[in-house]
Design a protein around this ligand. Structure first.
Ligand code: NAD
Ligand code: ADE
Length: 416
């Protein structure tokens, strides 16, 4: 089996990590056990690009157990866990991934596209976009795909709107059991983890600026507050800004926040959030980072141009000396800090996201002939099923409605 990883001898360390993840992903394992006999993905080739982590390894073990053959790449240059990639290659997965650079990253994506897949699994939209624009001849056997993240869903919806999308995609991101857990609790905890591993900074007493109070921003604000930071939010949406204010956070424009922030995290999915005009206002020692999908939120090119010098002072932490003599620190080159400087979201939360991925693929296999080249939402029953499986794994019981209660909730006759 073809593969390209950093160092195959890292496989044993990778396998131990995967075992940990497996022990913390009960929903995915339950789905694997349920569908293994049926082999619903038999004969299907999947080309997937989602961060190569221990949790993705459990997903890949599940997909292959269900009969699929898989070719895999990372979806960000800095997020591959090299030991996990080695373990996957050793297990016979066609994997092209190592912690790499922009050009190598696209080389890896091109290798998985070259397998002429039947299904695509994307995280950010790069596979689908490249398949459509550069390799349409590799798209002829594709019956559908899935998309893991908010930014990818935005890109695919824009493609569909322009009439450019050629096959159906299920927006796994938009499942309640995905973005209300992964984006909130996963990003909340993982982003703090990345900041701490790359700086060891104390969060208590710091002004912690979060750009974007969406799913990721809310989770992050909750966790930063819990660690004793004073949270400041910047937003463009009045409703989200109001929510942040009523949660007790300061809300202001970035032009003001840059003057008082100690730690900055962008979580918008938008570009040009912290830009050149802001740099001269930053406080001594300010830490800049991003947890949005692409490295376009902090203008790193402008920082490189503007700074007098730079020096890597710890893993994933670059010190820049500005013309006014102040030092500012950029984490993980402005790429998603939770995956580049830490291990991404914990396994327990990826359990929900990847259970959604598996069930979405089964939907496509079953219904693709009736699906149009559009972006589809996850069916509500799937969300309910995954939530129930997770609760069961946590030994949590919930009440159920009596027939009388159901009737009451669907009626209007009874009042005061
Ligand atoms: P979301 O749509 O729920 O929230 C984004 C928020 O940012 C919105 O409230 C929007 O109004 C605000 N916003 C947009 N442009 C802004 C700007 N210029 N300044 C200030 N606020 C702005 O999206 P989300 O699910 O929170 O995802 C945000 C980003 O994080 C996306 O790129 C997504 O793909 C990515 N993501 C990363 C991880 C990770 O592991 N790091 C996990 C999930 C999602
Ligand atoms: N996105 C965020 N965390 C992740 C993880 N642990 N594995 C794969 N994708 C992720």
């Amino acid at each position: 089996m073809a593969y390209k990883v950093k160092d195959i001898s890292l496989k044993d360390a990778g396998k131990k990590k995967i075992e940990w993840a497996e022990a913390h992903m009960p929903v995915l394992i339950a789905l694997k056990e349920e569908y293994e006999k049926e082999q619903p993905l038999k004969g299907l080739k999947i080309a997937g690009a989602i961060h190569v982590t221990k949790e993705v390894a459990v997903l890949l073990r599940t997909l292959t157990a269900l009969g699929a053959s898989v070719a895999w790449a990372g979806c960000n240059p800095l997020s591959t866990q090299d030991d996990v990639a080695a373990a996957l290659a050793d297990e016979g997965i066609e994997v092209y991934a190592w912690r790499n650079n922009h050009d190598e990253y696209y080389w890896c994506i091109d290798q998985i596209i070259a397998t002429k897949p039947n299904l695509t699994m994307d995280d950010g939209g790069d596979v689908v976009f490249r398949l459509h624009t550069d390799f349409p001849q590799m798209m002829t056997d594709v019956i559908g795909g899935t998309e893991e993240t908010t930014t990818g869903v935005h890109r695919l919806k824009a493609m569909a709107k322009d009439g450019k999308l050629k096959y159906p995609i299920i927006a796994v991101n938009n499942a309640e059991t995905k973005w209300d857990f992964d984006n909130i609790y996963g990003t909340g905890q993982g982003t703090i983890d990345g900041i701490l591993r790359s700086t060891s900074v104390l969060l208590a007493g710091k002004n912690f600026v979060i750009a974007g109070y969406g799913h990721c921003g809310k989770g992050l604000a909750m966790r930063a507050k819990g660690m004793g930071s004073h949270v400041i939010v910047t937003e463009v949406d009045p409703i989200q800004a109001l929510k942040a204010r009523m949660e007790g956070f300061d809300v202001m424009q970035m032009d003001e926040a840059v003057k008082i922030g100690d730690i900055f995290v962008t979580a918008t999915g938008c570009k040009d959030v912290i830009v050149e005009k802001h740099f001269k206002h930053l406080k001594e020692g300010a830490v800049l980072s991003n947890t949005g999908h692409f490295n376009v939120e902090v203008d790193v090119k402008a920082l490189e141009k503007h700074a007098k010098s730079k020096e890597e002072i710890r893993d994933n932490c670059m010190k820049y000396v500005l013309p006014n003599g102040k030092n500012v620190y950029l984490l993980a080159e402005g790429r998603l800090v939770n995956l580049s400087a830490a291990e991404g979201h914990p396994s327990e939360v990826m359990d929900l996201s990847f259970a959604n991925q598996v069930l979405a693929l089964l939907q496509i296999v079953k219904f693709h002939k009736d699906m149009k080249p559009e972006v589809y939402e996850i069916p509500a029953e799937q969300d309910q099923r995954i939530a129930m499986l997770k609760l069961k794994s946590m030994d949590v019981n919930l009440d159920s409605l009596t027939e009388e209660q159901k009737k009451y909730l669907g009626s209007y006759a009874e009042g005061t």
